[in-house]
Design a binder for this molecule. Structure first.
Ligand code: 5RP
Length: 229
């Protein structure tokens, strides 16, 4: 097994084993690390447990179906814990997410969950947010206005995501702008400014939401990250 993959699996499996209880509803994230949390929940269901899930994307819904995990709607049941990946994790556990374009539903599930657990590998730990472009979900009609307003904050903006030939379309039918702000020293404040722009649906900044961070390492072990922000 490739070492990065071993770390992702260790993080996903450890988070499920530690935080998911039988007879509960959980939130399941999107991406290559959250994949292993979904796989582990599938194993627990196959062993007879009764766990249901809210999916953060159409892709995760599809994976849940493959793993025979019943999917329910947002807040159809109380969400005991949501488990999801991240693109960057700052020392105070402010995050950027949305590398997979699922940030709006991911944030909705995180906001509804009683506990929000991040699964990641050490490569996601950063001294400050910003090296990875910040995904911002926008309503396509408003794109010229949104771009003009966000540009006044001086980031470089990619309207067409790298490696694509058209804007990234989200599960909600919106577009993603990838914004390069450089170092983000006040993530919550930037999130508020972005949300105030008419046409912005959500930004990929998740500040003050994570309760736990599970880091999976190349040797297939995982640790709970101590918070030092
Ligand atoms: C998707 C996300 C993912 O959680 C994030 O991009 C991390 O993904 P991966 O675990 O594949 O690195 O926010 O919108």
């Amino acid at each position: 097994m490739g070492s990065e993959i071993a770390g992702k699996r260790a993080a996903g499996y450890t988070a499920v084993d530690r935080f998911v209880q039988n007879n509960t509803c959980i939130g399941l994230g999107t991406g290559t690390t959250a994949f292993y949390a979904i796989e582990r929940v599938g194993q627990r269901i196959a062993a007879g447990e009764r766990i249901v899930a809210v999916a953060t994307s159409i892709e995760t819904e599809r994976l849940c179906e493959q793993q025979h995990i019943p999917v329910v709607a947002l807040l159809e049941r109380e969400i005991a814990v949501a488990i999801d990946g991240a693109d960057q994790i700052a020392p105070d556990w402010a995050l950027t997410k949305g590398g997979g374009g699922a940030l709006f539903r991911e944030k909705a599930v995180a906001l509804c969950a009683k506990r929000f657990v991040i699964v990641a590998t050490p490569s996601k730990l950063v001294p400050a947010l910003g090296a990875f472009p910040l995904p911002v979900e926008i309503v396509p009609y408003a794109m010229p206005y949104v771009v003009r307003e966000i540009r006044s904050l001086q980031p470089d903006i990619e309207i067409v995501r790298r490696g694509r030939d058209a804007p990234f379309v989200t599960d909600n039918g919106n577009w993603i702008l990838d914004c390069h702000f450089g170092e983000i020293d006040r993530p919550a404040a930037l999130d508020s400014v972005l949300k105030s722009v008419h046409g912005v649906v959500a930004s990929g900044i998740f500040a003050g939401l994570a309760n736990d961070v599970v880091i999976g390492r190349e040797d297939e072990t995982a640790i709970m990250l101590p918070q030092n922000g």
